[in-house]
Write a protein that binds this ligand. Sequence first.
Ligand code: PGA
Length: 222
Amino acid sequence: MKKLFIVANWKSNKDSIQINNWIEGFKNTNKEVIICPSFVHLPILKSYISNHKSEIKLGAQDISPYDAGAYTGEVNARQIKEFADYVIIGHSERRENFNETDELIIKKIDMATKHELMPILCVSDINQVQNSKVKIQNYNSKLIIAYEPLFAIGTGSPDTPENADKVALDIKSELNGVSVLYGGSVTANNVKSFTQMSNIDGVLVGGASLDANEFSEIIKNS
Ligand code: PGA
């Protein structure tokens, strides 16, 4: 059976009380579940994981393109590595609202890989993979790609599983050996239609991951 990744992207949501409530409502699981909270909440989740001997993994939602140094406001890969094993890079909200370019994104992937964080590179179409292919193809086995079409993010209108599977296959033929996730309006009702496709190795969930019950259902149904 393929290894499934179920990733929660909490975006800029939740305070520490809401995180405690979420933790109380969440049912433990043996799938590769990765929670990506805001940076400031990584320590709370890390202590929950060690206190409960949970198998949940942590990821950051972004990373500095630089190592430690004079870069006010940035959180670098070594700092993230103290808490997390994964990092989301190049989410469309960062490409759009923070003008992230393919060049910057490649620097972030380099930094993550150097410090043994697994990058979850978000792309909205195959062109974004092709633009970075030459630079990232050496990382294939140390890289997860999340295909997240813009029309599906936060809209309640996911891509069709058939098209998502086709894009996942196209990505895999560009980058041999990568795992490919689907993201965009994934819910407990539709998750299986994606995870059962042969080229899709998991899901990246935004809105529906904020509620512990809904997220537990997503994991159960995946
Ligand atoms: P959504 O977001 O599940 O709320 O559509 C997905 C994402 O942006 O990663």
